[in-house]
Ligand binder design. Structure first.
Ligand code: ATP
Length: 445
């Protein structure tokens, strides 16, 4: 089994990720997060918000609507060009994104001939690539004929730019400053797949950072955010050898630079987050289409200008998937005895600890363990398990990524201490019940 298959199986078995609408045969490109997955994803979003908003004086957060005035998408260029090229195999009728099977630089060159390429599945002839809009349409209103056609947002970016003036006038931000957002986006992907990697409904976490429209100043911030975003993944335990930057060769006409942070899996590199220099494109387009003044007045230099934008745009679902893959290990504990363990950073782990009574049939142990559990639960997500033997419970928590297992045994009843077993080293130590809070807290900084 390759890593995608292993994660798919673990994700379903342990309640991280399920196929969307599974009992009805599913719906391509949609996924549901189970009890552990919802916690993991929430922790990733919380860490993002903490790093990008809470700890920074120059970034504020917003939460914009998913459905926007359709003019937004004209201004952003999405109605005109948010389209992917689709080719179909004339023999097996499988569909492909042409730019996924043909290198982009060839695909856009004048000498390109589709006849030079064959279907990757059966070797059949491919149809000429045709562009299809990936915007998901929706209709508002109840009366037929009067319904307003609009879209479920294809990216969360525009919600920030249309609020540029609101944020300026309602908070005390000064350039350089950023606006961060986390939220759902929708795309009619031609070929959804590879678990949540390419979904039709997904979540993005983004920063739009406004800077002076000067090349040197804007590139300084571009480099800053490019590295800051890589560091964020590393700080949450992602292995450096699984990350790389990929430079975009073909840039949008307004862009000065663009890189992707890619993750390595199954001998391939996968886009996880984009760092884009968007020039003054977004604000000037919205100014043109909305006829509102979206310039910025710089009190210091007494200049008025349209700021440039440095964007960092990551996928929450892709980050969740790659954090899972990166943490996944099969370790031989003894000969022939392999444990599956998710070595997730404690900050991301769905459960911060699990509490067990050593024996489920000793009411005094259960009552004591229960009181430890109830107390810790006030601060963190904590698991409870009294099934089977301790060894099995440890293995079950290893697979769920729980970093610490706390066991209440007979010694606890004598001296108010418990054992804490470390997921990664499998070592146990005795800790006073009154010190458990500090112990867990020390692992979450
Ligand atoms: P791709 O080339 O893989 O289609 P993109 O370049 O179109 O991605 P962006 O528009 O830059 O992606 O979106 C920013 C981020 O949003 C991506 O880096 C990715 O993490 C996430 N993302 C984009 N499309 C999807 C999708 N269909 N499913 C899950 N995440 C996505």
């Amino acid at each position: 089994m390759d890593i995608f298959e292993k994660i798919t199986s673990l994700a379903k078995r342990r309640g991280f990720i399920y196929q969307g609408s599974e009992i009805y045969g599913g719906l391509a490109g949609t996924w549901d997060y189970g009890p552990l997955g919802a916690e993991l994803k929430r922790n990733i979003k919380n860490e993002y918000w903490k790093t990008m908003v809470q700890l920074r004086d120059d970034v504020v957060g917003i939460d914009a609507a998913i459905i926007m005035n359709p003019k937004v998408w004209e201004a952003s260029g999405h109605t005109e060009s948010f389209a992917d090229p689709l080719s179909e195999c004339k023999k097996c009728h499988h569909r492909f994104r042409a730019d996924n099977i043909i290198p982009e630089e060839l695909f856009t060159s004048e000498n390109f001939k589709i006849a030079d390429y064959k279907c990757p599945d059966c070797g059949g002839e491919l149809t000429e690539p045709k562009r299809f809009s990936t915007l998901v349409e929706t209709y508002l209103g109840v009366i037929e004929g009067e319904k307003l056609k609009t879209y479920l947002r294809g990216e969360i970016t525009q919600g920030v730019h249309v609020n540029f003036k609101n944020v300026l006038s309602s908070s005390r931000v000064k350039i350089p400053f950023g606006v961060a957002q986390i939220g759902k986006a929708f795309r009619n992907e031609i070929t959804p797949g590879d678990l949540t990697f390419r979904s039709r409904e997904f979540e993005q976490m983004e920063l739009q950072f406004y800077v002076k429209p000067e090349d040197e100043e804007s590139m300084k911030w571009f480099e800053f955010w490019k590295e800051a975003r890589r560091q964020w993944y590393l700080s949450l335990g992602m292995r450096a050898e699984n990350l790389q930057f990929k430079k975009h060769v073909k840039l949008a006409h307004y862009a000065k630079a663009a890189f992707d942070i890619e993750y390595h899996a199954r001998d391939e590199w996968w886009e996880m987050e984009g760092i884009h220099h968007r020039g003054t494109w977004d604000l000037s387009r919205h100014e043109q289409f909305s006829k509102q003044d979206l310039t910025y007045f710089d009190e210091e230099t007494k200049e008025r200008y349209t700021p440039m934008v440095i964007e960092t745009s990551g996928g929450v679902d892709r980050a969740t998937l790659f954090f899972l893959m990166d943490a996944y290990r099969e370790e031989e504990v003894k000969e022939g005895d392999v444990r599956t363990v998710l070595k997730l950073h404690p900050k991301l782990a769905p459960m911060k600890a699990a509490v067990f009574p050593l024996l489920a049939n000793k009411p005094e142990l259960v009552a004591k363990a229960r009181s430890v559990y109830e107390d810790l639960k006030k601060d963190w997500m904590i698991a409870w398990d009294e099934r089977g033997n301790i060894g099995k419970r440890y293995r079950s928590q290893d697979e769920a990524g729980t970093p610490y297992c706390i066991t209440v045994d007979f010694e606890t009843l004598e001296n108010e201490t418990v054992t804490i077993r470390d997921r990664d080293t499998m070592e146990q130590k005795r800790v006073k019940i009154s010190d458990i809070h500090d112990f867990i807290r020390s692992k979450l900084v």
